[in-house]
Design a protein around this ligand. Structure first.
Ligand code: Z5A
Length: 212
């Protein structure tokens, strides 16, 4: 892998946690600190990745095999890494990504019940040594997130899952945070937006301080 010069920041969370709402603010904070930022998302981020995203989210493919779902996520990710993320990081651009492999551990691992060891194999194969430098998990009770998401749009294939699926996704995210406390910071996303943004700003400022 080429020499990585930029930083790789990911934002994660359950349904309606406020990722989209807060990503623009994070981008602005990073840019004000003098860093060029590439904003992107998963699944997606490239033309092929966005086409795979459509396959993954539409109800037409309800009942997709769990393994198919997992492999499509990593197929889109391989394309995203090769065409967009790694070239940007190599050029010194910081990459801010709406979801990444922690989402795979949470949704396909926690939610679907796929053995995390299988996910690890794909992670190592597709990403080699590349891992995010900082991950923010926007955490909130399932009911609060679903109520927020429902107000916004018709539920997609994931958003239509049952409550216990989202409970397992949330638990998996919190386990990731417990196991990687240096990289992963949990934000209480149930609070009013101003308080959520203040927590996020503190985490980003602390991260920037150690990057100098
Ligand atoms: N997925 C997977 O299974 N495996 C993988 O490896 C990857 C992904 C990478 C698409 O992701 C799906 O792919 C996702 C997991 C799966 N499953 N689902 N669903 P996505 O990120 O595009 O989808 P999403 O999680 O549904 O994102 P979202 O619906 O866009 O939610 P969000 O970005 O976190 O929330 P938001 O749009 O910013 O906010 C929702 C509403 O709440 C909105 O009206 C806001 O104005 C409001 N809001 C936000 N913050 C607040 C506060 N603090 N108070 C009150 N109201 C608020």
């Amino acid at each position: 892998m080429n020499e990585i010069k930029g930083k790789f920041i990911t934002v994660e969370g359950g349904e309606g946690a406020g990722k989209s709402t807060n990503l623009d603010m994070i981008k602005q904070v990073l840019e004000r600190a003098g860093h060029p930022v590439l904003y992107t998302r998963e699944p997606g981020g490239t033309p092929l990745g966005e086409a795979v995203r459509d396959l993954l989210l539409v109800h037409k493919h309800d009942g997709m095999a769990d393994e198919t779902e997992l492999l499509l996520m990593f197929g889109a990710r391989a394309e995203h890494l090769n065409r967009k993320i790694v070239p940007a990081l190599t050029a010194g651009t910081w990459v801010l990504c709406d979801r990444f492999t922690d989402a795979t551990y949470a949704y396909q691992g926690g939610g679907r019940g796929i053995d995390p060891k299988r996910i690890q194999v794909l992670e190592q194969w597709v990403q080699q040594e590349l891992r995010p430098d900082l991950t923010l998990i926007l955490d909130l009770p399932i009911e609060v997130g679903l109520a927020r998401a429902e107000k916004r749009s018709t539920p997609d294939r994931f958003e239509s899952e049952a409550h216990h699926f989202f409970q397992k996704v949330r638990e998996a995210y919190l386990d990731i945070a417990k196991n990687s406390p240096k990289r992963v910071k949990v934000i209480d996303a149930s609070l009013p937006l101003a308080q959520v943004q203040s927590q996020i700003k503190t985490v980003i400022d602390d991260f920037l301080a150690v990057c100098i």
